[in-house]
Ligand binder design. Structure first.
Ligand code: ASP
Ligand code: MG
Length: 420
């Protein structure tokens, strides 16, 4: 039997009538001849409520009990979805993570998949069940405890099942109808993409296009799981939504596929650090230990090249991180200085910046994207503070007040409203 994975996020199962609506979509695929593995999230708001209960009960909670509580939201939806399908005469049953079993590491609240043996679910399909409804976001550690994967983890559960069961496709039903060239709330000209390559989606997902958990895209790319993002609130067919797929499946794409932004960035500059071997490691080691997610890094050129003859060379080091990690970053730097590991004259912090990125696999083979991007920003008189590039992405830090303007200007400059 061909097999599909269908994942329904929190808003798609927010109440009983939405669960029914989702179940109808499942029933339709069963009628077309598919065996279906349905992955469900908790009803929307439920996980936040459960996390709140844990925190109120025990501020320094035992992570194992956190997972025991927080995983329960998905159990409720899985049971209700199985019941709803049964009421529609679709042979279905629910599966909690430990019943499959979904084997994970024992990093509670951040567990990673170890293995998903197929035997138990395959045996039920062989008995005539058409649908396995699996609770997303959870698993089982080798100590026998319930684990969770981190917020948004049901997407990753869905992709992991699609890989384990060699599914034809993994459909992610959500409250948006696909992946857009940029956020439609910022640019009304944003256009829904029919297809996007894994690598592009990965850049967009990690840049704050919050539709898919980044890990799910990484996993899909590794196992070449075709992922489709589509709305559970619309009538959908085989062409609905956006297909996230291997670039080979995309005939011709534009040089730039999308413009992403991240609003809450901060820029920190260590002024006058020594320019000698080991300095970067002495700065970024402590930042990483302090849990600061450093993104862009710029080291200025120093007046004199470091060599034995110029031991006193100095430079400036600039990096960016999420704005809510600035306090931690400052403390890590001050501690490293007190401990004599680094030296600097000043630490300059700018918390009013945003990051804008243009992303596209076409950049690999086309020159001039950076020039066009900078020209578009210059035309709006937007100053660029930091630039970084990768093979398929160019990012800039700018003043946050220009964020919307920059997104619109770049969307226009690369004519993203037009189909290829
Ligand atoms: N319910 C979990 C959360 O809100 C997992 C998920 O929905 O993906 O993070
Ligand atoms: Mg989600």
């Amino acid at each position: 039997m061909p097999l599909l994975v269908m994942k329904f996020g929190g808003t798609s199962v927010a109440d009983l009538s939405r669960i029914k609506n989702a179940a109808e979509k499942v029933k339709r695929e069963v009628a077309r001849g598919y065996d279906v593995i349905v992955i469900v999230s908790a009803m929307s708001g439920k996980t936040n409520e459960l996390v709140g209960w844990v925190e109120q009960t025990s501020p320094l909670y035992d992570a194992r009990e956190y997972d025991a509580v927080v995983a329960s939201g998905e159990n409720v939806t899985a049971g209700l979805m199985a019941l709803t399908l049964q009421e529609m005469d679709v042979p279905a049953r629910s599966w909690q993570g430990w019943q499959v079993p979904i084997n994970t590491t024992s990093q509670h609240a951040a567990a990673r998949f170890m293995s998903i043996p197929r035997d138990n679910i395959d045996a039920k399909f062989a008995e005539g069940f058409k649908v396995a409804v699996v609770a997303g976001f959870q698993g089982l550690s080798h100590e026998g405890r319930v684990t969770t994967l981190g917020r948004g983890g049901s997407d990753t559960t869905a992709v992991a099942f699609a890989a384990a069961f060699a599914a034809e496709r993994c459909d992610i039903y959500t409250d948006v109808d696909g992946i857009y060239t940029t956020d439609p709330r910022i640019s009304p000209k944003a256009r829904k993409l029919d297809k996007i390559a894994f690598e592009e989606m990965l850049e967009l997902a990690s840049l704050g296009a919050k539709v898919l958990q980044t890990r799910s895209v990484e996993l899909a790319m590794r196992y070449k799981v075709r992922l489709r993002v589509l709305s559970s609130f619309e009538d959908t067919d085989d062409n609905s939504g956006t297909l996230v797929c291997d670039e080979d499946e995309i005939m011709e794409s534009k040089v730039v596929s999308g413009v992403a932004y991240s609003r809450d960035e901060a820029k920190l500059t260590l002024v006058t650090v020594e320019d000698r071997p080991g300095v970067a490691s002495a700065i970024f080691g402590p930042l990483s230990e302090a849990g600061v997610n450093v993104d862009m890094i710029v080291q200025n050129i120093s007046e004199k090249d470091y060599d034995e003859a110029h031991p006193g060379a100095v430079t400036d080091m600039t990096f960016s991180c999420p704005v809510n990690q600035v306090a931690r970053a400052k403390k890590a730097m001050e501690d490293a200085r007190s401990a004599g590991k680094i030296n600097y004259e000043d630490l300059v912090v700018d918390t009013d910046v945003a990051k804008i990125s243009v992303v596209g696999i076409g950049m690999r083979s086309h020159a001039g994207v950076a020039a066009r991007m900078f020209e578009a920003l210059a035309a709006e008189n937007i100053n660029i503070k930091v630039i970084s590039t990768s093979e398929i992405k160019i990012s800039v830090l700018i003043d946050r007040k220009y964020m919307e303007l920059a997104v619109q200007a770049l969307h226009d400059a690369f004519e993203l409203e037009k189909v290829a």
